[in-house]
Design a binder for this molecule. Sequence first.
Ligand code: HAM
Length: 418
Amino acid sequence: MIQIPKGCKDVLPSQAYQWQYLEAKAREIAGAYAFKEIRTPVFEHTELFSRGVGDTTDIVNKEMYTFLDKGGRSVTLRPEGTAGVARAFLEHGLAGSALPFKAYYIISAFRYERPQAGRLREFHQFGCELYGAAGAAADAEVISLADAFLKSLGLKKVELRINSIGCKHCRARYHQALKEYFAPHIGEMCEDCRARFEKNPMRILDCKVEGCKKIAQGAPRMLDYLCDDCRAHFEQVKSLLTEAGIAYTVDASIVRGLDYYSRTVFEFVSDAAGAQGTVLGGGRYDTLLEQMDGKPVPAVGFAAGMERLLLVMEAENCMPPADTGAMCYLAGMDAPSREKAFLLAQKLRGEGISCETDLMDRSVKAQFKYADKTGARFVAVLGERELAEGAAEVKDLRTSASERVNFGELADYIKRRI
Ligand code: HAM
């Protein structure tokens, strides 16, 4: 039997309500901040990600689903959403539209990683991007949106950690300091870190290899190298968060796994669902659009991992109640009553009441069993007598109460009771 590819997950109809709930919350909160949805392709030219996400990142070097299409072009399944949004922004000349540009997306993304709980090869993100505003208020607004989203799910044990990784000016000094620190150790470090040392020493701080992690522990902190502007920006972000009542801790170890960030970076973490604790990550990325040959446009955004959120919601008992079956099940005893049930069902659906009838020629007992198993709310059995009288006994499966109702009044009867 053919099985699902490793690292992918099916969402079965019995679980779909959890996703619908999560997505509805995302749309609701994004809407409250006046972000509008953007939809971009699942695959893009590979170069978009190698340039956008950065060719010293693990995502680009090890994790991309890249292939040649039949025309011989190299395309890649998106490993994240930001680069595609940036491309669309430039391609459609949206710098000329009303700024700030505020967009959100709910997407599938693909990374060839070693699967484990909360880490998949196909996963889903809810992300928000804000373009055009350089000030700290934009950072605070985006963090506040993320915070409101997590709170709207009822999560209480998710913590916000923030850091600043400076701009290209102060980062040059920091890179120098990192090189001086790592130079005596570089021989003991992994091959990737040796390459990072030359190309982008800050990436070493994101290495997952134990030995490298240990050496990196004593490395200089970016926070000690911030220029005056970056420091003032960070102070302002912190003070806006404090004023807004959003709790945070400064965590100098956050560098993020993508190259486009500058200044503010942040992560919301939880230890409720095992090792993959980062449920949401983001930051400012003021140079990405320029790197993609656009005019410089300041930007800030985040993405939340939906699968990780569901794990944390489960652990924190924040799952919504499971959805029920049809509002009404009309059972039929014989051929004429099945036909009547079919027609009555059409009418009820037209009145906005979800309704099912038997499609498998089952006995009344089996139909009842099905209605109960699928969580139908009301059941009515139609037979010769019901057809003659134009009325049927309607049973409320929640209360077990039943009442005789005329066919013509069925819709009103149910509406009054829900
Ligand atoms: P990221 O930190 O790579 O950032 O991913 C954001 C979130 O996606 C993570 O915090 C995690 O919850 C989830 N995630 C990432 N990889 C996986 C995986 N393999 N399986 C399950 N969940 C995963 C970005 O993607 C940036 N584009 C965020 C951003 C938007 N920055 C600015 N704007």
